[in-house]
Ligand binder design. Structure first.
Ligand SMILES: [Zn+2]
Length: 501
């Protein structure tokens, strides 16, 4: 793979340029959930489209419609589609990523300005909103494109891109776009795609790269309890049924403190792990200490790592999130809230679906409410959800990613399932009918969505070759390696595997 070596060399010698480009991207505060930042999300879309064009990628900015916010019409940011290469002898890979970010203010507790990339050469970390979620990974692909363009090396595969600017706001319009393009048949943008690769999740720890083959689904609910005409003075306490007391009683029946879901039928159909599957979990480079490090406290449900990992990724869970309408300010307030709404959600695994689970959740809560015999009103609402997903790891795309990880990092990847959800994964898998690979760039401690979000420079681009080591000699000594290289190497391994056959 002579070309690959040149590509790696290019990455090494352009480390600073690549970091500079990431600072440019982070400096655009493309917060999709904040209407006042909508202009910035559009600016980010344009920026990305121009970058792609520079490297010979044919692009299309697809409008995704409008929304009304406080009487004003706001355009959704467009999805940026791209395509490069049309060689029928090569495999075609669809890359997904998103260029919007979560909100961030310095006053939230950031040590540095969230929209100025802070490069800490000593620790080898780059802090900034979007550094790891998901601008870093998206720019990893730009780096790969740039290297091939500059060196005039043809890519080993055909690439298609689908980048969106509304991921943090529920991916409005994206499912429709994918369905529409798929229904166009040979004229559709995604026609001929052989597999999908997404870099938008994280390693299990801070040491070992991973390939992710499963995601839990989600089903989100609220229980609304009402009765009084308005908030009451607690001097009325002892004379009336209180919504808050009833709500807490209901919420207390959903899950045990050990995390066991108490709703009948919820576990139906979920297979029991056999010994070979159990062994897979035991073999992962992971420990209960890793979990507790990410959790920020010694609070794991079990001392057995397989149990903990399966609990997080292979089993369903139910979490209570909050209560709206209740007093939450400082000090005491002697109020009986008139209407309260309790929020909770379940993370789902196959064969659970939001539809099936909703029936069980609603009927259980209604039964339990009836047993309380209060004179209050109660309603359970399904707020939203998505199905779980599991991929076949024997597919050549996973094999290519495994080989690439071994080449670049010198390690066999952890094969993981994720506790969270990336709904677009399932949309691609269902509509395109192809294998989807999640190839995470960041580490478990990156703090996506949190304050001081970071990406390790090594994860972004470093390599193990000597030119790099001398260039970046001040970086930390522990695993210096290259995600940009990993992405590039993955493409070459895809081509290799498929020419073997
Ligand atoms: Zn993301």
């Amino acid at each position: 793979m002579a070309n690959l070596k040149d590509v790696h060399g290019y990455v090494d010698s352009h480390a600073d340029d690549f970091i500079q480009r990431l600072s440019e991207a982070v400096a655009i505060p493309s917060v999709s959930t904040d209407p006042s930042r909508r202009g910035d999300v559009h600016r980010m879309a344009l920026w990305l489209e121009n970058q792609l064009k520079r490297y010979g990628v044919q692009t299309r900015a697809v409008p995704l419609g409008q929304q009304e916010v406080e009487g004003k019409i706001l355009e959704y940011p467009p999805a940026i589609l791209g395509r490069i290469g049309d060689d029928s002898k090569k495999k075609t890979i669809l890359i997904y990523g998103h260029f919007d970010v979560q909100p961030a203010e310095k006053s939230d507790g950031w040590d540095t300005e969230p929209f100025e990339l802070h490069v800490d050469r000593e620790s080898g970390k780059m802090f900034g909103r979007g550094s790891t979620d998901d601008k870093g990974p998206v720019l990893g692909w730009l780096n790969v494109l740039e290297a091939h363009h500059a060196l005039r090396i043809e890519l080993p595969v055909n690439l298609r891109f689908c980048f969106e600017g509304l991921e943090e706001d529920g991916s409005q319009g994206l499912d429709d776009l994918i369905v529409t393009e798929t229904s166009k048949g040979p004229q559709g943008w995604f026609h001929g795609v052989d597999c999908v690769c997404i870099s938008d999740n994280y390693w299990l720890n801070t040491r070992t790269p991973c390939l992710t083959y499963g995601l839990r689904g989600i089903a989100y609910y609220q229980i609304i309890v009402s009765g009084p005409g308005s908030d009451l003075h607690s001097g009325m306490g002892g004379a009336v049924y209180e919504p808050m007391t009833t709500l807490i009683s209901l919420m207390g029946k959903l899950v045990s403190v050990e995390g066991r879901i108490l709703i009948p039928g919820v576990y139906d159909g979920i297979s029991v792990a056999d010994s070979s599957e159990l062994q897979k979990y035991q073999d992962l480079d992971y420990s209960v200490a890793d979990l507790e490090k990410v959790a920020g406290g010694p609070i794991s449900l079990s001392d057995d790592k397989a149990t903990v990992l399966m609990g997080r990724t292979r089993e369903p869970s139910l979490s209570l999130h909050g209560i709206e309408g209740a007093y939450s300010g400082a000090g005491g307030k002697t109020v009986i809230p008139a209407t309260v709404s309790g929020k909770f959600s379940l993370r789902l695994v196959p064969p659970q679906t939001p539809d099936d689970i909703t029936k069980k959740v609603v009927s259980f809560i209604e039964d339990e409410f009836a047993k309380l015999k209060t004179k209050l009103k109660m309603k359970v609402e399904f707020v939203g959800g998505g199905k779980p997903w599991v991929a076949d790891t024997n597919h050549w795309s996973y094999e290519a990613a495994k080989r690439a990880t071994e080449t670049v990092w010198g390690k066999t990847p952890n094969y993981t399932r994720e506790g969270g959800s990336i709904p677009v994964t399932l949309t691609f898998a269902d509509n395109l009918g192809v294998n989807v690979l999640l190839l995470p760039m960041g580490r478990a401690d990156d703090g996506a969505h949190s304050t001081n979000e970071k990406l390790d420079i090594s994860n972004f681009l470093n390599g193990v070759c000597s030119s790099l080591l001398s260039n970046l000699s001040s970086f930390t000594q522990n695993d210096r390696a290259p995600q940009t290289k990993l992405l590039g190497t993955y493409l070459y391994e895809v081509a290799n595997i498929n020419s073997d056959k």
